[in-house]
Design a protein around this ligand. Structure first.
Ligand code: NAG
Ligand code: NAG
Ligand code: NAG
Ligand code: NAG
Ligand code: NAG
Ligand code: NAG
Ligand code: NAG
Ligand code: NAG
Ligand code: NAG
Length: 846
């Protein structure tokens, strides 16, 4: 047996923020250089198992000055003074190190097939305690840091250390729960830097819908990451917009489980999330150059991160003095306490809500104004929400208005409708990346704060709410759009090196574009003075009207919003691009008009409006049988190919989506709305923009994340569109109540369950060729792959659609269902996609 050499580290090391438990006794020699422990072997003090890639090591260790000995897993190649134990077996039952150490402890596989830790007296100190049916089991330490107990006869994994997290989450591990089995996986801190036994702090996710990231101090909430929106926890503004943060939440409805994973794109890059004994959650990375860890993220980091520091209805702003403030319409419950900086009592409503008043006394008091909503922007949304299934924010708002108990609501992209019916707890004012919270206030509290132009909805009577809903929603949308547009335009102006947008240059451009100029007076006549009855909708930079020119030709007129200086650039962009592009799958520009402040574009009129008005309409989507859909898909593909390759310019559309595909009389698709399009050099593979524009749900990861766009960003959007055409579902409309995934993840999940045909829109199941639909699903999944390089080009897509080439197997879209990547899944998907026409016709039975 080898004797452990006890290392002491200078106390200076103690100040390293995240290395709180790095003093240890690690054996100096490895007597066992194997990753496997078999039934005939044992590990004693001084011997270790080393994973095959020499990343992790398992053995006995003594933390710091402690006299206790443990069995755990650490990194093989990391110096002792910065070592990190990612897992400890007997954290609650340490071995006592005696001076004589006469009877050595050992880790062995017992007669019952379980891995057990024996002390000097042959007592079991710790064991895996599972039932092993065969007489032959082995323990293996993997390069992921997972110790598994395997039945060599059946090949099954009977037990694994990943299922029993300690204070560290390494890539590949999962945190979460299974509501059916009651299993819970959480991180629990060490008690102290030298004592691995469970400390006060616990970190995990909650079983709510949607789940929240949470940390508790004992049984009390301590830090809240907020609900998961499909990409990130929305209460963590610096978490990054999905994809790159490496985190993912995997729900499995059949199993009743939900798990959080942390992935790494590079297995040799060491990364862990750890919960320190003092209650700080950190993500640390190993820096091989400086031979130390660096912290990339930690929480809680400021006083506002502590759960509920300002009490109910108190908002915490880390830059405020004091940090706590009551939300509008509320005052401190105890002014005394509040002044003393004891905010936990929170705030109370100043003016009672109308809906709470006694209606009979109300009747006598005569006229009473109605309650309304006050918008708080950039908030960390409060705890104790209820999730409701509503497609849009107007439904959410209506529900809240008609339930007096509802004190606030929010509609969050990726989640949907959230409402609150009790004291709003743990609200924080973020400086960026927060959400809008709509707070219910009595009429007298609304609109007083004139200097802050904020959004207010007031409703007249509870029963009238539903009628008014449409209008309010319109107003809300209009305001929100206006704000968004203003911001986008401002950003565009500030950040993009804009070309000169003065009218003179515009006029020159227009003249050089050889585009017919149409007089404003003619347009006024054609659109009946822009009458609202002629309004078709809102385009990229202004309203669109239907019109009829003198010669009887029907046109669509796009009117640039007058107040927007910056829209002019998009206007010009569109003129220049579109006038040079001629393709039957691109909408045709007939002329334009620039007079005074007015800038207008005149297009051919599309009788069937846009694709989304059919595809996502309960009644009209029946008209889109598969033949029509496939025709539309092919048309869009050709239009895009023309933009990318065949036109004299090389154009990236950047905002391809169902509402930008217009349909003519014969349902021929025409790509429209080039306001955001960009040309770029053929030599330039990737362009970068500071300003990410486009539409959530259609944006490729690299574009949404880093503003990088290439033609492959359009290919991604095309893939989304393809899956929408097959399923008749919006990519973003799959809400928590059905599945936590978006359409891309859903498509993949169905494929996983060999049910890819379930994706097919029910209204066209009878009219479609299953073979062609499956092929399109396959192409769609190829187009939405994570890495731009993996996606096909549009020319390949066109060939694929025409059956001219074989389809490769798509890679799993990891940002939606990372972590499920096992061989089974892949082979199943391969099976589906390798079905040929013959076998399918048998399946179809026609
Ligand atoms: C370990 O013990 C030594 C001597 O007793 C002491 O100086 C040192 O601070 C201790 N280290 C820790 C981490 O407690
Ligand atoms: C522990 O068990 C082993 C093997 O069964 C045996 O050789 C050894 O003497 C035992 N030690 C004690 C202290 O009982
Ligand atoms: C082993 O598991 C059984 C039931 O699964 C349980 O009753 C028992 O207490 C466990 N033993 C240990 C040492 O954990
Ligand atoms: C396990 O049992 C089988 C028969 O039941 C026997 O042939 C084999 O040798 C046993 N293996 C071990 C490791 O005991
Ligand atoms: C954790 O809770 C305990 C009481 O339960 C309290 O004394 C301690 O200060 C808390 N720790 C932190 C860091 O808030
Ligand atoms: C891997 O992820 C890290 C951040 O998590 C990023 O800095 C790095 O560029 C990524 N590498 C690759 C090859 O994607
Ligand atoms: C992976 O990470 C290691 C260590 O951080 C680094 O040396 C290597 O270049 C990375 N590989 C890639 C493909 O990013
Ligand atoms: C306000 O304070 C009083 C007395 O301190 C307390 O009884 C009451 O519950 C508090 N109200 C709220 C809403 O917290
Ligand atoms: C409402 O007010 C009327 C008259 O003011 C009173 O008789 C009745 O008890 C009140 N009801 C409640 C629930 O307070």
């Amino acid at each position: 047996m080898g004797n452990g050499i006890q290392y002491r580290i200078p106390s200076a090391f103690l100040s390293f923020p995240f290395l709180l438990f790095v003093f240890l006794a690690i054996p100096s020699q490895h007597c066992t250089a194997s990753d496997t422990l078999t039934q005939s072997q044992q590990i004693s003090v001084g011997q270790t198992l080393i994973s095959s890639g020499q990343i992790f090591e398992l053995g006995f260790f003594i933390p710091g000055n402690s006299s206790k000995q443990y069995v755990g897993i650490w990194y093989e190649n990391i110096p002792i003074h910065v070592q990190k134990f990612v897992w400890v077996a007997n954290r609650e039952n340490p071995l006592t190190v005696t001076a004589t150490d006469s009877a050595p402890s050992s880790l062995t596989i017992g007669k019952d097939g379980n891995l057990r830790l024996l002390d000097g007296m042959n007592n079991t100190v710790w064991s895996t305690n599972v039932s092993v049916h065969s007489n032959n089991s082995i323990a293996v330490l993997s390069d992921r840091g997972d110790l598994t107990l395997k039945d060599t006869v059946s090949g099954l994994i009977l037990w694994e250390s990943f299922n029993y997290p300690c204070d560290a989450l390494v890539p590949g591990m999962m945190l979460g729960m299974n509501t059916k089995t009651g299993e819970k996986r959480v991180l629990s801190s060490w008690l102290t830097a030298e004592d691995p036994s469970p400390g006060k702090f616990v970190c995990g996710i909650t079983p709510e819908t949607p789940p929240q990231g949470f940390m508790w101090n004992g049984s009390r909430p301590y830090y809240r990451g907020g609900p998961w929106d499909g990409w990130r926890f929305i209460g963590i503004p610096d978490m990054g917009q999905g994809y790159t943060n490496g985190f993912n939440l995997l729900p499995d409805h059949q199993q009743g489980s939900v798990y959080l994973t942390m992935d790494t794109n590079n297995t040799s890059h060491l990364k862990i999330m750890i919960l320190t004994p003092t209650g700080t959650l950190k993500i640390v990375h190993w820096d091989e150059q400086v031979k130390n860890w660096y912290v990339s993220w930690q929480a809680p980091i400021n006083p506002c991160d502590i759960y509920g520091v300002c009490g109910p209805y108190g908002v915490c702003n880390k830059d405020g003095t004091p940090i706590c403030e009551c939300v509008k319409g509320f005052v401190p419950n105890s002014t005394e306490d509040w002044r003393k900086g004891n905010w936990a009592g929170g705030c109370v409503r100043k003016t009672e809500l109308l809906c709470q008043k006694n209606t009979s006394s109300l009747a006598s008091s005569g006229k009473a104004q109605n309650d309304g909503f006050w918008k708080l922007s950039d908030m960390k949304l409060p705890d104790h929400f209820k999730y409701l299934y509503y497609e849009d924010s107007s439904g959410c708002q209506q529900w809240c208005s008609s339930n007096c108990a509802c004190v606030a609501y929010a509609f969050v992209t990726g989640i949907g409708c959230m409402v609150w019916d009790r004291g709003l707890m743990d609200i924080q004012q973020f400086s960026f990346s927060g959400n809008d919270l709509f707070l219910r206030l009595s009429y007298s509290e609304l609109g007083k704060d004139k200097k802050n132009e904020k959004f207010v909805i007031s409703f007249t009577t509870i029963s009238g709410v539903v009628l008014l809903g449409g209008f309010m929603y319109g107003l809300h949308k209009w305001r929100a759009n206006e704000r968004l547009k203003r911001e986008n335009w401002r950003k565009d102006f500030d950040m993009d090196d804009t070309m000169d947008t003065s009218r003179d240059t515009l006029q020159e451009n227009v003249q050089s574009s050889e585009l017919p100029i149409i007089g404003f007076d003619k347009i006024l006549v054609a659109t009946d003075n822009f009458s609202t009855t002629n309004k078709l909708g809102e385009g990229g930079f202004g309203p669109v009207y239907k019109g009829k020119l003198e010669d009887g030709q029907e046109v669509a007129v796009k009117r640039l919003s007058r107040h927007s200086g910056q829209g002019a650039e998009e206007f010009k962009n569109e003129i220049i691009l579109i006038s040079k592009l001629q393709h039957r799958n691109l909408v045709r520009l007939l002329g334009c008009c620039i007079e005074g402040e007015e800038k207008l574009l005149v297009y051919e009129y599309m009788t069937n409006k846009s694709l989304d008005t059919f595809l996502f309409d309960a009644t009209k989507r029946v008209q889109l049988d598969w033949v029509k859909r496939f025709h539309i898909i092919e048309g869009i593909a050709r239009g895009l190919l023309y933009l990318h390759r065949d036109s004299c310019l090389r154009v990236i559309h950047r905002d391809l989506k169902a509402s930008n595909i217009l349909l003519d009389d014969d349902m021929n698709p025409k790509i429209s709305d080039f306001g955001l399009a960009r040309t770029f050099q053929v030599t330039q593979e990737l362009a970068n923009t500071h300003r990410v524009v486009g539409t959530f749900g259609y944006m490729s990861p690299e574009y949404a994340m880093g503003g990088l766009f290439s033609e492959k960003s359009d290919v991604f959007s095309f893939g989304v569109l393809l899956l929408e055409m097959v399923s008749g579902m919006r990519n973003t409309s799959i809400h928590y109540h059905e599945t936590y995934l978006n359409l891309l993840g859903y498509a993949w999940e169905l494929c996983n369950e060999s049910r890819a045909s379930d994706l097919v829109d029910e209204v066209m199941v009878d009219s479609c060729s299953l073979f062609e639909v499956m092929r399109c699903t396959h192409i769609g999944l190829l187009c939405v792959q994570d890495y731009a390089a993996d996606r096909p080009t549009m020319s390949t897509v066109v060939l694929m659609l025409s059956h001219e080439i074989d389809l490769p197997h798509p890679k799993q879209p990891t940002f939606t269902i990372q972590g499920l990547s096992n061989a089974d899944l892949r082979s199943q998907c391969n099976k589906i996609f390798s079905m040929n026409k013959e076998s399918l016709s048998i399946v179809e039975g026609r």
